[in-house]
Design a protein around this ligand. Structure first.
Ligand SMILES: NC(=O)c1ccc[n+]([C@@H]2O[C@H](COP(=O)([O-])OP(=O)(O)OC[C@H]3O[C@@H](n4cnc5c(N)ncnc54)[C@H](O)[C@@H]3O)[C@@H](O)[C@H]2O)c1
Length: 414
């Protein structure tokens, strides 16, 4: 544990759940590369978990891996006993909203029952620690801003439906979609006419009431409540963070940004839900990893910290930015496709996600003020790095798509 007063620094051992996923692997790479702490990566390795995301650090003697399901109490007890961690960073979850619409059961099981099982295993272990270690122990639960529902949107209009598709021959995987907007160019204008946002519209703060919209966000909200109750009832030393949308390297290609990059590189349609005017507050994943480490090492027990990137963008703006960067870094003309010049001509609008939240935006002033954390990347710098990473790491993309997921549309209520 760290002892700051007398400047003695003793390295921590941190149990990271979900460490083979997108954010968990960034957290582990950050800890191994920038601190002297040790990590135990506990992960079930679902479709979203990939140990290739950890190749840079997995040879370190400060890294260990345990393939364990957080719902398996006996295995959790064994891991706590064997590894004796000083802190838990809990990221393991089912995390994709569209999958939660198709099959909520796994979200209830992992995100709620799994968090409960982990809390109980961690609490039993914590109860047996000596008083010094018990006092220093931390359980950090990593959650999402989606638990707050959505915020007022600058352009709240009913969605126009049933007009002609923008691309006549959509690929087979999305050919059954109902395109809702005729012209991507018209949409682009609509979205660019939006007023500046965070200075006039409200943001999520740590006091915002919970109002989850999807099975995913409801399951995460439930797990947040369990964590808070374990603090209040048992005095178990927990912290919670709620973060906005992440993007960056090693992101499984079912989420918007990697999906768009990979589809664009293959000349496939770029599907945008509804008008594409949903606003998200984008945070580069390595900025999130730094914030999480600050919270687990310096945060105050019992507190919640919101984490965001001050980067409100519509989905359409995000996709168009990616297209512009790809036009520069990987021009269509150099990839044997002389007929299509601009990647943005691949954009099509498909029927919206049921219950789709309109706007998320985080007030991250508490973590800035209390823990001196700020994002390093702007959206412009982070997205450029991300596109370049996908261009340089296409083998990783091929390897993580093992055949069970082929960038098809998920989460469409029939
Ligand atoms: N991705 C985002 O934009 C975002 C934003 C805010 C918060 N979060 C939260 O951060 C956490 C990590 O998100 P992510 O995007 O890295 O998710 P991810 O889907 O990429 O990774 C989840 C990891 O958890 C593992 N896992 C799933 N079920 C498990 C189980 N039962 N036992 C053990 N391991 C299991 C998977 O194998 C995978 O490695 C989640 O809790 C998510 O709710 C994500």
């Amino acid at each position: 544990m760290r002892a700051k007063a007398n400047l003695i620094v003793i390295e921590m051992k941190i149990l990271v759940t979900g460490g083979a996923g997108f954010i968990g692997s960034a957290v582990i790479r950050h800890i191994i590369e920038n601190t002297r702490d040790s990590v135990v990566n506990l992960d079930k390795l679902t479709y979203a978990g990939n140990l290739e995301s950890l190749l840079e650090v997995s040879n370190s003697e400060r890294y260990a891996f345990e393939q364990v399901d957080i719902c398996n109490r006996a295995e959790l007890d064994r891991v706590f006993k064997e590894h004796q961690p000083d802190a838990v960073m809990h990221l393991a979850a089912e995390s994709h909203v569209d999958r939660s619409i198709d099959g909520p059961a796994e979200f209830i099981e992992t995100n709620i029952v799994g968090t409960y099982t982990l809390l109980e295993a961690a609490r039993a272990y914590w109860n047996e620690l000596n008083s010094e270690r018990k006092q220093a122990f931390r359980f950090h639960h990593i959650s999402t801003d989606e638990v707050y529902g959505d915020l007022p949107h600058p352009n709240d209009e009913p969605i126009v439906s049933s007009v002609a598709p923008t691309i006549e021959s959509a690929s087979p995987v999305i050919a059954s979609e109902t395109p809702v907007i005729a012209s991507a160019a018209k949409q682009s204008m609509d979205c660019h006419n939006l007023q500046p946002r965070s200075d006039v519209l409200p943001l999520f703060t740590e006091q915002t009431s919970y109002a989850p919209s999807s099975p995913y966000s409801a399951s995460k909200a439930s797990s947040d409540h369990l964590v808070r109750a374990w603090l209040r009832t048992y005095g178990f030393p927990t912290l919670i963070t709620n973060c906005s949308n992440n993007y960056g390297p090693y992101h499984f290609p079912e989420k918007l940004i990697p999906l768009v990059i990979l589809n664009a590189l293959e000349g496939k349609p770029l599907p945008i839900y509804g008008k594409g005017d949903q606003i998200r507050d984008w945070l580069y994943v390595e900025d999130h990893a730094r914030a999480l480490y600050k919270v687990v090492t310096e945060g105050k027990v019992g507190e919640t910290y919101n984490i965001g990137g001050h980067n409100e963008k519509t989905n359409l703006e995000v996709v168009q930015t990616i297209c512009t960067i790809l036009d520069e870094l990987a021009p269509m003309s150099e990839r044997g496709n002389p007929l299509i010049v601009k990647h943005s001509s691949l954009i099509i609008h498909v029927s919206d996600r049921p219950g789709h939240d309109r706007r998320y935006a985080i007030d991250a002033s508490k973590i800035a003020k209390e823990l001196n954390w700020q994002p390093i990347e702007t959206f412009e710098s982070g997205i450029r790095k991300t596109v370049q990473w996908y261009l340089d790491n296409q083998q990783w993309c091929k390897n993580v798509q093992d055949g069970s997921y082929q960038r098809e549309r998920l989460g469409k209520v029939l």
